[in-house]
Design a protein around this ligand. Structure first.
Ligand SMILES: NC(=O)c1ccc[n+]([C@@H]2O[C@H](COP(=O)([O-])OP(=O)(O)OC[C@H]3O[C@@H](n4cnc5c(N)ncnc54)[C@H](OP(=O)(O)O)[C@@H]3O)[C@@H](O)[C@H]2O)c1
Length: 221
């Protein structure tokens, strides 16, 4: 296996539904994984190339030692909408992550957000998405968009934002990806993708320069 295929990957959100797929696929591909979590008991995978560490994703000092000598940070973090307060987790965690990356000269970041993060990007979407789903998750999308804006201005780190549509809890398929540099993939019938396929796409970026400093909407055929 060539050097580029064996990377040292820090995974944030590793206990989440997409994060677990990402960790398992990364290990299967021969990478070394540091899963940064708040509750190590949630990781039941055991592997010689997997290290599980506890850290505060909002704190650069807490993250920094775990990023030493790593090649890439991959984030599947998710923060839920609440009636009582705006979602801030995406931007607040990204501030700490970027700072810890700079401190350790880790130069590659791959993170996931969602289709329709930009406030007007859903105006052509199906009624149920436009009038029901998007208003329900607006606070999440807004903070994802704010995080994307922070990354757009980040020149010293090779970031990629992966925007999937609705997530299905299915493993990776062999389906072909459809990609679009925008807030959704136009002209596709369904609007959901397997979490395993999102992980598969994120890992495929390790071997490609195609989406450096770009945000890409994805789905599968
Ligand atoms: N649901 C959809 O249809 C959909 C569509 C497009 C995009 N997305 C986005 O895709 C991303 C991944 O989704 P998912 O369903 O795979 O996520 P998920 O299962 O909800 O997992 C979220 C992850 O974030 C971690 N996390 C949340 N708050 C944290 C905190 N304060 N400190 C440390 N870790 C924290 C969770 O840790 P714990 O396990 O410790 O809670 C978990 O590992 C999310 O950003 C989601 O909004 C979702």
């Amino acid at each position: 296996m060539s050097k580029s295929l064996r990377m040292k990957i820090v995974v944030l959100g590793a206990t989440g539904q997409t994060g677990l797929h990402l960790v398992n696929q990364a290990l299967q591909q021969g990478h070394t994984v540091t899963a940064v979590v708040r509750n190590p008991a949630k990781i039941t995978t055991h592997h010689e190339n997997l290290k599980v560490v506890e850290a505060d994703i909002f704190s650069a000092p807490s993250l920094t030692s775990h990023l030493k000598g790593q090649d890439v940070v991959m984030s599947c973090l998710g923060f839920q909408a609440s009636f009582f307060s705006a979602v801030t987790g995406y931007t607040l965690s990204m501030t700490g992550v970027l700072s810890a990356m700079r401190e350790n000269r880790v130069n590659r970041l791959i993170t996931m957000t969602s289709w329709y993060t930009e406030p007007n990007s859903g105006t052509q979407s199906p009624y149920v998405i436009r009038f029901l789903l998007l208003p329900m998750i607006r606070s999440v999308l807004t903070n994802m968009y704010e995080m994307e804006q922070v990354l757009q201005k980040t020149e010293d780190i090779n970031w990629t934002v992966v925007r999937p549509p609705g997530l299905k809890n299915l493993p990776a398929s062999a389906s072909e990806f459809m990609t679009h540099e925008g807030y959704f993939v136009p002209d596709v019938s369904g609007s959901s993708v397997a979490r395993g396929d999102v992980a598969r796409f994120m890992l495929s970026l390790l071997n490609s320069n195609a989406w450096l400093k770009k945000a890409v909407a994805i789905t599968t055929k």
